[in-house]
Design a protein around this ligand. Structure first.
Ligand SMILES: [Zn+2]
Length: 460
């Protein structure tokens, strides 16, 4: 048994059911779980390890609900800089087809390092192409060096160009292989217990890259083992046209026809939905991974975030793949979500009273990235700092240039002001970022290897 005492936070933000914010707060942690939360003076004075968080704001660790780690190798690719989704994909598929298992490992660690430094303690990833012998196992093995929780999605593509899909045939796989490998991964890695560091998700890539039959078979398999389902949906108008032309349904109705709705399903993006489709999400319990930077980058549109929240739909945030962001800074995504929701409210002519009733607040945006993300991923053990939950938390030093003049409201400062790296990131009671430095990776060496791999991919 090991104990950790976190004490003297300038402000401890719990995100519990009462949204308590505790000045001078602290936490007692035993074997990775929170045993006590309160003012530091009320907590025991000793533990195996004690961390004094004076001058820091302590928050629940952030949760990323959508990413493609491998895309860190293809950021800002010149030919894909000024393209919408379908053209961006068609430019990048042939480059991605050159990846090997080493590339998967390197890019996984790059993305996780960025996530950890920007406050993420649970990351979902969606890997959907496996060229040159790559496997999801490569990602899983590489991830442990950084030490944050991983929801590894076994993605898939089976509908190549010759069958009417968007990706070239060279990057798609047979549905038989996909299902066999999906079951193997669940059996080998999926941990359903509270505090799990690794869970498996099944994630056929999108309506335009897999068949309806693979979607159905994947759902059947996932439900047999109690794992969750994830895909891209209603991201662009091109996709909507594709599902109408090919299947005769709008994207959400197509999912309903495949039994792809329910509390075990979450969709990335869901930008182009109508009010009755929002009601379907709310009624069925489907979650949404809102990815504001990617939606802006690819000119996809503005997701109806406030409408989702009003309808009671579970919403989390995602940085999305690093070829459409082009970064994995999760705290920055919280800020983007707040700003973009405000832009949409303004465009829709919301009443902008002095109390700002229609404007997404900093606290609501942080809630999406914590409690919201946990709900979307179906995890009851993370997302807030409460007794019995995992000890996943971050600390940010408030005494910095970027927050100067904003300390009358430290919670607002971390969202409104320029996004920062965290000083501490603690996952399951283990320090992953210590005084602003990543513990598990030699970053300068790693960056060199990453740039070498990226160069090789682009040069072909
Ligand atoms: Zn994506």
């Amino acid at each position: 048994m090991t104990t950790l005492l976190i004490k003297n936070a300038q402000l401890l933000v719990t995100m519990d059911d009462h949204r308590r914010e505790i000045p001078g707060g602290g936490l007692c942690i035993r074997d990775g779980f929170i045993e006590q939360v309160g003012e530091s003076v009320e907590l025991p004075t000793s533990a195996d390890e004690v961390l004094d968080m004076s001058g820091q704001i302590v928050l629940p660790g952030l949760i990323n609900t959508h990413h493609h780690f491998y895309q860190t190798l293809t950021r800002a690719v010149p030919a894909a800089q000024n393209a919408n989704l379908f053209n961006w994909l068609k430019t990048l598929y042939p480059i991605w087809a050159r990846m090997n298992p080493d590339d998967i490992r390197i890019s996984t660690q790059t993305a996780l390092a960025e996530l950890a430094l920007s406050g993420c303690t649970t990351a979902s990833d969606h890997l959907y192409l496996f060229p040159n012998g790559s496997k999801l196992d490569d990602e899983i093995e590489a991830a442990s060096a950084v030490g944050i929780r991983l929801q590894a999605s076994r993605g898939s593509m089976s509908l190549g160009q010759s069958k009417g899909g968007l990706p070239p045939d060279s990057v798609v796989d047979s549905e038989e292989n996909i299902l066999i490998d999906s079951e193997r991964l669940i059996k080998k890695y999926h941990d359903p217990k509270p505090g799990a560091m690794l869970q498996i998700v099944l994630a056929p890539c999108s309506p335009f890259s897999v068949t309806g039959d693979l979607m159905k078979q994947s759902a059947k398999l996932a439900r047999q083992y109690g794992v969750h389902l994830h895909t891209h949906l209603a991201e662009t108008q091109d996709e909507e046209q594709f599902t109408l032309d090919t299947f005769g349904y709008r994207p959400v109705a197509y999912m309903q026809s495949l039994d792809w709705v329910g509390p075990d399903v979450w969709f990335a993006h869901s930008v182009h939905v109508k009010q009755d489709e929002i009601e379907v999400y709310a009624h069925e319990g489907c979650g949404v991974a809102h990815c504001p930077s990617s939606n802006m980058r690819l000119a996809s549109g503005i997701a109806p975030l406030r409408e989702y929240m009003k309808a009671g739909v579970k919403v989390g945030l995602g940085v999305d793949g690093s070829a459409s962001n082009d970064g994995s800074h999760l705290l920055a995504e919280v800020r983007q979500a707040m700003l973009l929701a405000r832009l949409r409210a303004g465009l829709e002519g919301a009443s902008l009273s002095s109390t700002g009733g229609e404007l997404l607040t900093a606290r609501q945006a942080l809630e999406l990235a914590t409690r919201g993300g946990a709900a979307v991923l179906g995890r009851k053990d993370v997302g807030s700092l409460e007794v019995g939950k995992c000890a996943d938390l971050i600390g940010i030093n408030l005494n910095r240039l970027d927050y100067a003049g904003a300390l009358h409201d430290p919670v607002a400062a971390v969202v409104f002001c320029q996004p920062q790296h965290v000083d501490y990131n603690i996952v399951h009671g283990k320090v992953v970022v210590n005084q602003g430095k990543l513990v598990g990776l030699d970053l300068p060496k790693h960056i060199e290897a990453h740039n070498r791999a990226a160069r090789r991919l682009l040069e072909g």
